[in-house]
Ligand binder design. Structure first.
Ligand SMILES: *Cc1c(COP(=O)(O)O)cnc(C)c1O
Length: 357
């Protein structure tokens, strides 16, 4: 009964969301702090009577609020049910194999290859530098491609690319192919290129409220781009589901968009904790990549990433391990509260001592 099409697919593996045992949960890059007070107010003031009607299919007021935050007009913004959905629509709308493969960094958000598989888009992985940073200029030399996509800061490395580098890429890359920049983590120290969408017709910037606005449970994702790109995403949406954002999500999204001051402060705390944690972990003998995101990639010489992951899990701390050649030695650790990171550091100290001769 199952289609050949589906049987051939390898789905994305989401991070564990344990429902039984209580873990210190540092595996899916959620924010350790609560959403803004404005979000609580929007929820408690929400009138369930409006649920009788379908929501606004194009989420106009939400797009307006999000656009205002980044200084763009509403028709340069698309809203979807989490940025995974926005990415899926974008891959469907802009990338197809006839013009060559989609270019991706070798290690990047592992959902991109799944979308390629789903839509039959050939892909080409472009190697990272020896320090695991990504140089977008490497896209320029490729003889053919139907577009390029990368996360900035990158996942799971956490390493960011400077705005200037992306400008150089835009100058040199064919203007009739979309460059998709996924800024899921940009508020933790990355450099956004959202301001460039007015001057670059082939740039699509994707953002989410899941990480830096502490709303992973609400599913709010956005794309910013020139009008024809946004119109294409609207068409793709209307071919799948006309109402991806329910009325509650739209109301909460508007409140969150307007609470930037609260979130800036909150994310400053996450950044400070990340820097402190990274220093302490290095002092214990761990290798920690420099991160501009709300997670770090860390390894301990002479221990595999899988071992680190399982020993920490036994000790009540969930981190993420990717069984992928090249980053297999690492675990990805989400930055939690200071107390959570101190608990993790205590376990990391024990693991590092264990290893000592
Ligand atoms: C978490 C993440 C997303 C997905 O975010 P949602 O809006 O929760 O779907 C997209 N891209 C990257 C790089 C991510 O890490």
């Amino acid at each position: 009964m199952i289609s050949e099409r589906l049987r051939r697919l390898v789905p994305y593996t989401p991070g564990e969301q344990p429902q039984g045992r209580e873990y210190i949960k540092l595996n899916t890059n959620e924010n350790p702090y609560p959403p803004a007070p404005e979000v609580f107010a929007a929820l408690s003031g929400f009138d369930p009577a409006v649920l009788r009607r379908y929501p606004d299919p194009s989420a106009s007021r939400l797009r307006e609020a999000v656009a205002a935050e980044v200084g763009l007009s509403r028709d340069l913004v698309f809203a979807g049910n989490g940025s995974d959905e926005v990415l899926s629509f974008a891959f469907f709308s802009f990338f197809e194999g006839g013009r060559g493969p989609l270019l991706l960094p070798e290690f990047t958000y592992s959902f991109y290859p799944v979308f390629c598989d789903f839509y039959g888009i050939p892909l080409k992985r472009i190697p990272l530098e020896p320090d695991l940073s990504f140089d977008p200029r490497r896209f320029v030399g490729e003889p053919s491609s139907c577009g390029a996509a990368f996360a900035n800061p990158n996942a799971p490395t956490g390493i960011g690319v400077a705005r200037r580098e992306i400008e150089l890429l835009l100058e040199r890359y064919p203007r009739d192919r979309v460059i998709l920049v996924d800024e899921a983590y940009v508020d933790f120290g990355g450099e956004s290129v959202v301001g460039l969408v007015e001057s670059h017709e082939n740039l699509l910037v994707v953002q989410t409220f899941s990480k830096s606005r502490a709303l992973a449970g609400m599913r709010l994702g956005f794309a910013f781009g020139a009008k024809p790109l946004i119109a294409a995403l609207e068409a793709a949406k209307d071919a799948f589901n006309s109402y991806p954002l329910d009325a509650v999500a739209q109301a909460v999204g508007i409140a969150a968009a307007k609470a930037s001051a609260y979130y800036r402060e909150m994310n400053r705390k996450v950044i400070a904790t990340r820097e402190r944690f990274s220093r302490s972990a290095r002092d214990l003998g761990f290798r920690v990549l420099p991160s501009s995101a709300n997670f770090v990639l860390a390894s301990l010489p002479a221990r595999s990433g899988r071992e680190l992951y399982s020993s920490l899990k036994e000790r009540g701390i969930l981190v993420r391990h990717f069984d992928i050649q090249g980053i297999r030695d690492f675990v990805r650790v989400t930055i939690g509260t200071d107390a959570e990171m101190d608990a993790l550091l205590a376990q990391m100290r024990a693991l590092a001592d264990d290893r000592a001769p």
